[in-house]
Write a protein that binds this ligand. Sequence first.
Ligand code: CAA
Length: 566
Amino acid sequence: MQTPPFLDIGIDGIGFYVPQERLRLADLAHARGVDPAKYIDGLMLEEFAVPDYGEDAVSMALMASNRALLKSGIDPHSIDCVLVGTESAAYAVKSIAAILSGMLGISEHAFTGDLTHACASATCSIINAIGLISAGLIKRALVIGTDVSKYPIGSAGEPTQGAGAIALIISRNPRIARFSANFGKISGHVNDFFRPNGQDTAIVYGHYSIDAYLSFQQHAYDDLSRQIGPIDPNYWIFHSPYAKLPVQFFRQLMLRRKINDSHNTGNGSESLGSSFPSADQVQILKGKGEISCPDIQLLKNLDWNDFEICDLHHTIQQELRERLLPSLFVSRHFGNMYSASVWSQVMWVLENYARDGDVFYFGSYGSGATAISGLLQVQPNFRSIIDRPPIMLDSVRTREYLTVKSYEEHHENNCLILPKITLGRISTLPTEPVVTKNIGIQGISLSFCDAGCVLPHNKDLSYCPQGHFGRFNRFFPQSAKITHLRKTDFIDPLLEIAHNGEVPILGIPPVGSVVELNFRKLRQDENKLLQWAPVYCPVPSELVTEQDYLVEKIVLECASTLHRNA
Ligand code: CAA
């Protein structure tokens, strides 16, 4: 591949958050009377993330952003734009970006706004950020993709749920990766997937949505390759509503590329001929390998012989293993995170596979529909930021499995008050020194009225619009130790924060244990005003060992699941 032009604008910081609770798809399959192989091999999924009570697009975005700031060492006051891509808005009118900028201490003089375009909304936000930086209107943007993917219980979409958030800091002189100067794009009015106002689960024409995805991804690829010529990245990263769909698209893409190449230059592949065991060849030529029966027929009509077709199968299989599969770990374990999906995959590949100078292709798809493609080039020394804690692997190690009954309760019950909340006093612990070096953010500061409503930092608006009195500031450290714990039956944690300096703590961890800052939606009043506030979560014990993870990684790379289900 000729080196395409890259911008001096890209990813300078990145942070990820996924809920700790997961549902195993094997358990869901048993409960729904479905063959588990349909979910595990047919959709290539293992488990998905289930948001906790009060955990939503805002709380996850706060966590991912906080982590991006911590990992990159960037001062929140230096950020002059916050753009949130989401299809899980908290309010019909009021942006998540405004909530984040206030709670994270972003510069008061920042552009803020939310952008919707289903799963492509974070990518659309990134394109906006690049444009604003290029035009000299802003210096540094915090872009977030945050979503809860939710379908009705028992529906075909149910196994493809998930939740998570990704935050990217976009600026000039990026330390992690730069964007290409060209992007592929395609848009149209397509009714494949939508969520009407007032409904909390999506409606989807499943198989039509697959066709829309395959077609739009192809057009976005074609549009980019028309602009920059041949594309041959080290890693291919496509939006992954479930891991099998990018595999299906990749097979289609590789096949079309090879047919085009052979049309222009002759087949050119060196036939391995009789070096294949013939039983293998028979299976491949029956359409049980990477090339389907109709495509085998198409190749034969184009005068490809059996050996050439088998060669092509092996080429596609190798490309799949080496260049596509690494990114698919994310949707296999966290599920569909909508706007956060493709960028979380980018982060996973950066953390676990990438080397200086590698080029990633990304193909972002948003139902309704649009697709955007582009390239990223990994910067020298990107590891000095990417490897700082917390890393995505931590989210794999600390999962907790729900029963199907408990998952269904979470699904149906949008509780605000955490059923298992305790109140406690904490003492600040120093945050990991490697993280806090030169950063200065070891926690967040919030202002409250006496009734516990979060107030803006803006000096002119220091009173509560609900007519409550008082104003006081509280600092919430990233990391703390519990010094005192009090159990109560019914509590309003925000009132408690206001009145006696206690903080909400998740569960009943023993006094002396270490807790971490997290966020939850804790209140909705009669005017439907929502309040998010800090909640402390015990630092999870390692539930998954490094060994388990490595086994999983190897299994994925060997990818027995790649073989078609005959
Ligand atoms: N063993 C092994 N494999 C099996 C099997 C078994 N016992 N039973 C079925 N399978 C295979 C099928 O052959 C099929 O594989 P192929 O696609 O390779 O043919 C796969 O399992 C799925 O089976 P079905 O097509 O019968 O599954 P379904 O009709 O119940 O639903 C779905 C599949 C349409 C994807 C559904 O899960 C859905 O609606 N999901 C939500 C929508 C979605 O994700 N759409 C994707 C594009 S839209 C997008 O990308 C935006 C977004 O994020 C939503």
